[in-house]
Design a protein around this ligand. Structure first.
Ligand code: FAD
Length: 301
């Protein structure tokens, strides 16, 4: 039996996907939002405390994603479980497949998020949320007047070290090579900062502490006393199902502007999975809203 053709399939039920569902519901679209495990795969569930979402003050990441979900549910959002395995387009219609089901739609709003690459050293998992972080913009504020250590050598790592140096007492940046990969404009600023110490040709062996991080041991045996470790060794977009459809950058982020429009007509991307300067909850929500608005215009063209 042929599937009915929906206006839209939203993939992902994190900050971007749930906001997209709210906007799709209000726009009166015929849509479904597909997510892996009732939003439990969202990065929000890994966040102890969120302090920078406007209007809510301090809130646990899990509580925030549940609030988003309850909001969408209270409006009658149409949600279903399922990991999307493939998205293909034929004759202007998308087919979105999960292991159990197949959906057809005129547009797809893809909000698969991204995954921070772990360092993979002892102590990292144990102290995540207790001194180990993957986002200086999110957690740096908690290290005011303290000593932080950034791991990595690219633009993100150097930017995070610069950001932290504005309020931390001292910042180390540990990179395994003898030069940074980051843009010269960033490294020039890094070397000019008196409270940043670059530690080159060095690798973290272990993150140590009791209740929270207190030190980092390097592979050469040196030990650095630190309060926080910021891991910036890469972020991997969850873009596999749409990589063949739309242009992506070298790291696999789907290339899109603020409207979420991609090189594939009718495919829109929102949140961490797209190319953008700031990956945060509030920007993911904004993307979800912008995408559905742009997709509605596409449907009405
Ligand atoms: C540890 C940590 C702390 C953070 N702290 C903050 C903070 O304090 N403040 C802040 O603003 N930001 C913070 N962030 C960043 C913030 O969580 C992200 O920017 C935001 O969640 C991005 O929203 P998203 O919807 O793009 O992705 P996510 O919220 O990660 O949601 C993606 C969803 O898509 C689903 N999905 C993926 N692939 C598929 C598929 N194939 N089929 C179906 N579903 C799929 C996932 O299961 C998930 O539910 C933090 C991130 C981390 C990792």
């Amino acid at each position: 039996m042929a599937n009915k053709v929906l206006d839209m399939v939203i993939v992902g039920g994190g900050a971007a996907g749930l906001t997209a569902a709210i906007y799709a519901q209000r726009a009166g679209l015929d849509y479904v939002m597909l997510d892996t495990a009732a939003s439990m795969g969202s990065q929000l569930t890994q966040t102890d405390e969120v302090e920078n979402y406007t209007g809510l003050g301090k809130i646990g990441g899990m509580d925030l994603v549940m609030k988003f979900r309850e909001h969408a549910q209270s409006m009658g959002a149409n949600m279903a479980d399922g990991r999307v395995q493939s998205v293909v387009k034929d004759d202007g219609i998308f087919t979105v497949k999960t292991a159990q089901n197949s959906y057809q739609a005129k547009t797809v709003v893809y909000c698969g998020g991204a995954t921070h690459r772990p360092l993979g050293v002892p102590g990292e998992a144990e102290f995540t949320g207790k001194g180990v972080s993957y986002c200086a913009v999110c957690d740096g504020f908690f290290y005011r007047g303290k000593t932080a250590l950034v791991v990595g050598g690219g633009d993100t790592a150097v930017s995070e070290a610069l950001f932290l140096s504005n309020f931390c007492h001292d910042v180390y940046i540990v990179h395994r090579r003898d030069t940074f990969r980051a843009a010269k404009s960033l490294t020039d600023r890094l070397f000019a900062k008196e409270n940043i110490t670059p530690v080159l040709t060095a690798e973290v062996a272990q993150i140590k502490g009791e209740k929270a991080v207190s030190a980092v041991e390097l592979k050469d045996g040196r030990e650095l006393a630190v309060n926080g470790v910021f891991v910036a060794v890469g972020i991997v977009p969850n873009s596999e199902p749409v990589r063949e459809l739309a242009d992506c950058d070298g790291a696999g982020f789907v290339i899109a502007d603020e409207s979420g429009a991609t090189s594939c007509e009718g495919l829109f991307v929102a949140g961490d999975v797209r190319t953008k300067p700031l990956r945060q909850i509030i920007t993911a929500c904004a993307d979800g809203a912008n995408c559905v608005t742009a997709a509605s215009e596409y449907l009405n063209r």
